[in-house]
Design a protein around this ligand. Structure first.
Ligand code: ADP
Length: 402
């Protein structure tokens, strides 16, 4: 069974095709620089020619032409056997609001629903919609399934998802915590429970997704019960260019004292803050190199990043009471020995201790806790596209069984 997954960002498209027998990636594609004079299509076929990367440079005026280029190239390759049929296309959709809490087969009504959630995710949902519409145009007979980033968090209880604002704002404007990175948190939670051989319904964990965007989730019985991102992906941990938690009074203060508009403060908090705001760089690899060379601001950015994460770890430990595992995933979580070690440092009192030797190894799942660490500490590589493919497959199976 062949399933394609499309993850459309504002100027890029991630594209994978899976043979669901063995969860094998047969096509791995990336389109970058959409709308810029020089766009790029990168394609590889892991089962063929040693996974060599093919690169095409051309102007890619919009998402539709980017997707068409990808489809043309893939069709000409021998990556997909001639008689194989595309079972469905799974789409990542960032915001499902309160409307979509599970993978959903897309029809006109669902498209309208996703469009309606765009007020909650103005940077993301419109790009996701463009991807869906382009795929529908390119492959009109193929069922399309939307998989929502917010869905894993629909189990968060009321006291954790509501802000202490006038209740009327929730009723009228749906202002509440939604949480994001749900496919990633869900995937690594399940993978960790399987690896540790703990039934998912009894599995409690604190999951750190630390990439350019970063969030942490408290998982009880395999379900999300709290998460650091909120109404939008701005809240919570320190990120590449996003501030995470700040005092909301900053808006009024900067407006009164720096003459900044709400729009410019919002842009600053999203694009000029976080690691970049402190040390003018949002790449953790370079920050670590600079810190090692004695650069004070790079060290400070690292310290603030890890301190905020540690604070959430403590808070979520208190929320859960019993924790089976602390899990690290995504670019920084999977690769940075230093970040993992610093976040867990000094937490022996909570039963968490990292073994330096194990922490320096690579792999997934990788156990990095010391032998006497009561709480397991794991590194698990996230596979958001595979998770989307699996959820799309389940959604199709349910639809067919009705
Ligand atoms: P996103 O998908 O949110 O764009 P990723 O999950 O790819 O982000 O993570 C990007 C981050 O991972 C960057 O800050 C990058 O510096 C960091 N990263 C990647 N490899 C390493 C490494 N070996 N050591 C430290 N950080 C790393």
């Amino acid at each position: 069974m062949i399933i394609a997954v499309i993850n459309c960002g504002s100027s890029s498209i991630k594209f994978q095709i899976f043979d669901m027998q063995g969860d094998a990636v047969i096509v791995d594609g990336l389109v970058e620089g959409i709308g810029e004079p020089q766009g790029k299509v990168l394609l590889s076929y892991p089962r063929m020619d040693d996974g060599e990367k093919h690169e095409f440079i051309s102007e890619i005026c919009d998402h539709r032409s980017g997707l068409e280029m990808l489809i043309d190239e893939v069709t000409q390759s021998a990556a997909i056997p001639g008689n194989a049929e595309l079972y469905c296309i799974g789409h990542r959709v960032v915001h499902g609001g309160e409307l979509f809490i599970q993978p959903t087969l897309i029809d006109d009504e669902v498209l309208a629903g996703i469009r309606a959630q765009a007020v909650l995710a103005p940077l993301h949902n419109p790009a996701n919609l463009v991807g869906i519409e382009a795929a529908m145009a390119a492959s009109p007979e193929t069922p399309q399934v939307a998989v929502f980033d917010t869905a894993f968090h629909h189990s968060i209880p009321r006291q954790a998802y509501l802000y202490a604002l006038p209740y009327e704002l929730y009723q009228s404007y749906k202002i509440r915590r939604y949480g994001f990175h749900g496919t990633s948190h869900g995937y690594v939670t399940r993978t960790a429970a399987e690896y540790l051989n703990i039934p998912l319904q009894r599995f409690n964990a604190i999951v750190f997704h630390l990439g350019n965007g970063a969030s942490v989730t408290a998982v009880r019985g395999g379900k999300s019960v709290d998460t650091s991102m909120g109404l939008t992906p701005l809240e919570g941990l320190v990120m590449g260019t996003r501030s995470g938690d700040v005092d909301p009074a900053i808006y009024a203060y900067l407006e009164a004292n720096a003459g900044m508009s709400v729009g410019s403060i919002d842009a600053m908090l999203n694009r000029e803050s976080g690691l970049k705001g402190i040390c003018d760089d949002n790449d953790m690899r370079r920050i670590l190199e600079r810190a090692q060379e004695g650069d004070d601001l790079a060290q400070l950015a690292f310290d603030i990043f890890c301190y905020r994460a540690k604070k959430y770890l403590g808070a979520y430990f208190a929320v859960l009471g019993r924790v089976d595992a602390v899990i690290f995933t995504a670019g920084i979580g999977e690769n940075s020995v230093e970040v993992r070690s610093e976040i867990c440092a000094g937490l022996e009192g909570l039963g968490i201790s990292v073994d330096p030797d194990r922490n320096s190894k690579r792999g997934s799942p990788l156990e990095i806790g010391s032998h006497d660490s009561r709480v397991k500490v794991l590194v698990i590589a996230t596979q958001e596209e595979l998770e989307i493919a699996q959820q799309a497959q389940q959604c199709m199976a349910q639809a067919e069984s009705v």
